[in-house]
Design a binder for this molecule. Structure first.
Ligand SMILES: O=C1O[C@H](COP(=O)(O)O)[C@@H](O)[C@H](O)[C@H]1O
Length: 261
């Protein structure tokens, strides 16, 4: 069977990107709720939460344009081994940008942060977060991998996603669902992350990349077999992957854009 290609949706700027991302997330939400009554989504940190807020906090444009946060179970695609109110915490970032601003009428999501009792032992921190997934997705004996309805991911300027970094041995992890990393090349060095098999198993995977600072790495990601973590997700998940980017991020990228309909 021929390999499928990721979808590349490019917009003039975040103002145009945000409504399309919103519509894509709502479709994923509705599909998840139809499948199992809830929407299981994992989110990244970095620049993503701000764009997510622009998409999800906008007023609805009609009866089908409803974000029902009461059905959301939010997990973290990666997290830094810091307290939940630390400036480096992905949870703190999501809380400040999005969670604290959700209007009461949109419902409250169930949020699954890391257990900060284990910050001194990141293997334990990762194991405990894996147990959180196990209790939400059924036991490891019954499912080989957790099936997220949607992953909302960022792409670092080096091609990393989650806390999966280029050339790092963690890219070969094939057993754990959640793994610790102690030597992240980007600060802070101690983190936990979903592993590549979990990422590529998701029903849908959306990357959001904006700004001219991403254009060089975007050329590499869409150019060749280079083993960059974002490229590995593209290769393994094909058309289950959608990229929401602005034009500056894909200037010079030689890959067909799709219109978002
Ligand atoms: O360290 C991280 O960086 C990536 C990318 O961040 P961005 O600011 O370039 O969008 C992010 O996706 C990840 O969650 C975070 O821990």
């Amino acid at each position: 069977m021929p390999k499928t290609q990721p979808n590349l949706f490019a917009f003039p700027g975040v103002d145009a990107l945000a409504p399309a991302l919103r519509s894509y997330i709502i479709q994923s939400q509705n599909a998840g709720v139809s499948r199992h009554g809830v929407f299981k989504v994992a989110v990244s940190g970095g620049s993503l939460p701000k764009t997510l807020a622009a998409a999800l906090l906008a007023p609805p444009t009609g009866p089908d344009d409803v974000v029902d946060f009461s059905k959301w179970q939010i997990f973290f695609a990666d997290e830094r081994a810091v307290p939940l109110d630390h400036a480096d915490s992905n949870y703190a970032l999501l809380k400040a940008e999005l969670l604290d601003k959700i209007p009461d009428a949109d419902g409250r999501p169930t949020v699954h942060p890391i257990d900060t009792a284990h910050l001194d032992d990141i293997q334990e921190l990762a194991d405990q977060y894996e147990k959180t997934l196990v209790s939400s997705f059924a036991s490891r004996d019954s499912v080989r991998l957790p099936l997220f309805d949607l992953l909302l991911l960022g792409c670092g300027p080096d091609g990393h996603t989650c806390s999966l970094f280029p050339g790092h041995p963690l890219l070969r992890e094939s057993d754990a669902w959640v793994a610790p990393i102690e030597d992240s090349p980007k600060d802070p060095p101690r983190r936990i992350t979903l592993t590549l098999p979990v990422v590529t198993h998701a029903v849908r995977i959306a990357f959001v990349a904006t700004g001219g600072g991403k254009k060089d790495i975007m050329k590499q990601i869409f150019d060749s077999n280079n083993g960059l973590p974002c490229a590995l997700v593209n290769e393994a998940a094909g058309d289950r992957v959608s990229w929401f980017v602005d034009e500056p991020a894909v200037e010079g990228v030689n890959f067909p854009r799709r219109a978002y309909l």
